[in-house]
Write a protein that binds this ligand. Sequence first.
Ligand code: SF4
Ligand SMILES: [Zn+2]
Length: 273
Amino acid sequence: MDKLELKFKQTLEKIKLNKKDKILVALSGGKDSTVTAYLLKKFDYNVEGFHIDLGMGDYSKKCLNSVKELCEKYDIKLHLYDIKKEMGNSMCYIRTAIQTTTGKGLKNCAICGVIKKWIMNREARKLKVDEIATGHNLDDEVQTFLMNILKGSPQLSANSGAITQNVKDKKFITRIKPLFYVAENDVREYSKKMKLPVVYEHCPCAFDSYRIQMRQFTNDLTTKEKENIIKNFDNLSENIQKLKTSEELHYCEKCGEPSRNKICKMCQLMKIK
Ligand code: SF4
Ligand SMILES: [Zn+2]
């Protein structure tokens, strides 16, 4: 078996993923989520795909085409969410409106990420899925872990890991990251070797994120060093979880979605009255 496939399989075994569970893969059209869906299907998991069309011009069209091609070719049921139809405007428009009205200098990805997570959780619940699978890889996780440490908030990593750990709530869909231990370069190579339909270009709106700066910082690390960081994270995980104050999960007073605050981040951004 290919080395990447083995790591993927071992991760699913580690998190004890049940073959009967209905898993919804958050498909972006990029290499990571594409490989995640492809391998879950290859290993006979009960997998469906979910794609949010962000309406960001040519880039979004290419992503949509790749996702459709993947799902047709590998017989994966695809659910589409068109943000323009559902929310009235493209992500670029919504984001600019939020940045203009809040004036807090919020980064593009911070806004887009909150909106996508909110949509994913709600739609996954409607589809009665057991888990949402995302394409986060070893590099993403190293960056997140380091970003949280540099922000002085290691407790923000408490829910990280190949499976969400702390949040147990009937309205919150468990997230899994089967590529958690696989380096980004290996995912890229594998997607090319398997000739998967992937958009390799970067999102045109990702230019200002803190993550990009962190990526430049971690680019020079070897895979072994990145693995060591995540190994340390795994070892520290229990202690990091203790750092968490006893946070309760509320239901947002505006939209009813699970939230750590009375008003969820999505409603705070959208200023839903
Ligand atoms: S890279 Fe950032 S702006 Fe682009 S789709 Fe992802 S979260 Fe949104
Ligand atoms: Zn809300």
